[in-house]
Design a protein around this ligand. Sequence first.
Ligand code: UFG
Length: 329
Amino acid sequence: MSLHYLVTGGAGYIGSHLVLALVEAEHRVTVLDDFSTGHRWATDGHEVIEVDIRDLAALRSALLHRHFDGVFHFAAKSLVGESAQKPLLYYQNNVSGTANLLEVALESGWGHCVFSSTAAVYGSPQARVIAEEHPVNPVNVYGETKLAMEQMLSAVHKQGAMQAVCLRYFNAAGAAPDAHRGEWHEPETHLIPNILRKAAGEDRALTIFGDDYDTPDGTCIRDYIHVLDLAQAHLKAMTMLHREGGFHTLNLGSEAGYSVREILEACETTVGRPITHEIGPRRRGDPARLVADASRAGQILDWRATRSLGEIIESAWLWEQERQNLQAR
Ligand code: UFG
C-alpha cells in the first residue's frame, strides 16, 4: 500500500537515503528541510517544503492540517564539536524544533513518528557491547539534545497522541552512489569520508586522534553501519508502528567493532594505495569503544545489518569520486 510520509531533514545524508528507500517501496514523500546542511540535489523529484523547524508559525502555515501517514524526523544539528561551541543553537534547533514539529503533528493528527537518535545518548560506556538498557549519560550537548528529543516523544506517547520509535544509530557510513547519494558535510568530521577525501587528493591533513587507548591497537573502536541498512530499519520501524503502535527505543549497529587503524587499512585496500596520515592527540569526548547490541531491533523489527565493512567503504569510495566531480563543477 502506498502511503505518504513527511521526512524532515530529507535533504541530509541519512534522510536522503531513507527517501530513496521510501520511493523504492512506492511511497509518496514530502521533504521538509531548511537546507542549512542538506543538499538541494538530494531532493530532486519530491515535494520540498523549505522551513526552519525553529519557526513554529512557518511550520504551521506550511503543514497544518495536511495529511501524512507518518513522520520520519531527521532535521537536527549533528556535530558533536559544534554542539560544544554553540549549545543554544543545538537546544533551539533540536529540542525547540522538535517541540514545534510535534505540536503541528498533534494539531494535524499525524500519529506515527520514527526518530533519528544516536548512540551519543550513552556517553562513555564501559560495557563491551551496549544494549538499550545501558544507562544514558550523554557527555556532549549533541547527545543531551537527542536524549531530550527522545524524552519528549516518550511524553507525547504517554499522552496517547503519538506512536514512536527512537533509532539510536552507531556510526552511519557508506553511500548509494548508483543513486547519486552519499555523505557530504562541510566541514567533514567523520572518519571514513576524511580518509577518502585525503585519498582522493584533497589538500588536507588526516589525523588519527589518539593511539594510546586501551584497545588492541591503541585506536578507538566503533560500530560502522551502512546507511542503506539504516534506511531499511526506518521502513521496518514505521511498518511495525502502524501494526502495533507503542514507544520503542532501538539500537542500530552492525554489532562488529573496527578500530580507526583497521578502517584506515580497509580504505587503503579499497583505493589500492597507502594513505598519508599522522597520529595526533586524543579528540575530547571520544570513548575508547562503542559497539552495539542490536538484538532488540532484530526481535522487534526482524532487522539486522546485512552490508559488510567492505561494502561500506567501497560504496563510500565510489561516492567520494562522484562528489569530487560535483565539487569541481
Ligand atoms: N577519527 C579520527 N580522525 C578523523 C575523524 C575521526 O581518528 O579525522 C576517529 C575518532 O576519534 C573516533 C572514530 O574515528 O574514534 C570515529 O569518529 P567519527 O567522527 O567518524 O564518529 P564518532 O564515533 O565520533 O561519532 C558518531 C556519530 C555521532 C554520534 C557518535 C555517537 O557521527 O553523530 O557516533 O557516539 F554522536
